[in-house]
Design a binder for this molecule. Structure first.
Ligand code: NAD
Ligand code: DAU
Length: 353
């Protein structure tokens, strides 16, 4: 095998697309997927590649230093693409300690194992790619210039604070120990296999079930949406060709107010379900705003586009339609991941809304 890559969080939403992308495109790479299989991790997301000879799965915690050391040793790991994380802002408001443990201590553990395994070796093809988020930059006002790589970190939620902390550790390991690292900070992803607690899959599911579509506050918050397959390709590009020690912002240049995204989803999903146009608009329900809700995210991806070769393949309208179709044809997947525990979590969460 030409390379031995550890992908963490490969059973999650973005991770499963990244694993699929690497396993299929690079038959001469060994891909080791380390995932704890929390509520967000699901091996069914990878059933189409699970038997590929260049893929293997290890169930475990990124915070378990002995386990991670063993994986580095036994699989001669020379590259890491680190996605494992607690990723949902609303959950971070309820359990900030879990986010600090997974996102900060878990990342630190991986960095330490990589440092020990690679110490004294020429950087050559060794690389630790940390997958981060645009949320570390905080919130923009309408009209304010989009986030670039030099924008000051200003996280507001326990989730974004924990991701910011992990980013700082990645840079510290580069600057202090010379660990070869690269970082990407991406905007909101959408597409197949996203857990239906995030806005887009939650709304598709609720439109199908004729359940309320909870819009936080006035629905004026803006996000910059990118199809997950475009993100996976961007990660491939930066992992292989990004400059050592650099951060790259990745985004779709595709800003939408939440209420407009939900209305577009209603239009597409009603069409796909053969319902009268707009018939699901009555499901829109304004609920209490998220605490510390960032008003707007927008990504300036100039550096990435200038230095490297990438452009998104999915337009928002076609990407959303294919996503809606995926959820409509994968009802069983949705049923499997939305267990009784999930329903109880939501019942509690919306009890006050
Ligand atoms: P996700 O919640 O769908 O998946 C996270 C995965 O990590 C799951 O498979 C889970 O089982 C695994 N995991 C959690 N804790 C673990 C632990 N302690 N040890 C091993 N595995 C563990 O997340 P996602 O939306 O796919 O996000 C992946 C990464 O990309 C995260 O680091 C996130 O911060 C980042 N990101 C996400 C988005 C987005 O829009 N979803 C955008 C930018 C960046
Ligand atoms: O920007 C990148 C980030 O995008 C990632 O780092 C996070 O891991 C990912 O979860 C996502 O964070 P958001 O908080 O932006 O995503 P979410 O889907 O939870 O919410 C999108 C917007 O929709 C946000 O403004 C909150 C709002 N929202 C969300 C939910 C779940 C609602 O109005 N109602 C809802 O029920």
């Amino acid at each position: 095998m030409k390379r031995h890559i550890l992908i963490t969080g490969g059973a999650g939403f973005i991770g499963s697309h990244v694993v699929r992308h690497f396993v299929r495109k690079y038959a001469d790479y060994k891909v080791v997927n380390l995932d704890l299989l929390t509520y967000a991790g699901n091996l069914a997301n990878l059933c189409d590649v699970e038997n590929c000879p260049n893929y293997c799965f290890v169930r475990g915690d990124i915070g378990d230093l002995e386990l991670v050391r063993t994986i580095f040793r036994e699989h001669s790991i020379d590259g890491v693409i680190h996605l494992a994380a607690e990723s949902h802002v609303d959950r971070s408001i309820r359990d900030p300690f879990l986010f600090a443990r997974t996102n900060i201590i878990g990342t630190l553990t991986l960095l330490q194992a990589a440092r020990e395994a690679w110490e004294g070796l020429p950087p050559g093809e060794r690389r630790f790619h940390h997958v981060s988020t645009d949320e570390v930059y905080g919130a923009l006002q309408p009209g304010e210039a989009a986030f670039c790589e030099t924008t000051r970190y200003d996280p507001h939620s326990p989730y974004s604070a924990s991701k910011a902390g992990s980013d700082h550790f990645v840079r510290a390991y580069h600057d202090t120990y010379g660990l070869p690292v690269v970082l990407t900070n991406c905007s909101n992803n959408y597409g197949p296999y996203q857990f239906p607690e995030k806005l887009i899959p939650l709304c598709i599911r609720n439109i199908c079930l004729n359940k309320p579509l909870p819009i936080y506050g006035k629905g004026e918050n803006v996000r910059d949406w990118l199809h997950v397959e475009d993100h996976a390709e961007a990660i491939d590009e930066v992992f292989h060709r990004g400059r050592d020690g650099e951060s790259y912002n990745i985004g779709g240049i595709n800003e939408w107010k939440n209420i407009d995204v939900v209305k577009l989803l209603i239009r597409i999903t009603d069409e796909e379900l053969g319902r009268a146009p707009g018939s699901s608009e009555k499901l829109i329900t304004y609920v209490t705003d998220r605490a510390g809700h960032d008003l707007r995210y927008a990504i300036n991806a100039e550096k990435f586009r200038k230095e490297l070769s990438w452009s998104p393949k999915h337009s928002f309208e076609t990407g959303l339609r294919s996503t809606v179709r995926w959820y409509l044809t994968h009802e069983q997947w949705v049923k499997n991941v939305t267990s009784g525990a999930y329903e109880r979590y939501y019942a509690e969460m919306y009890a006050d809304k």
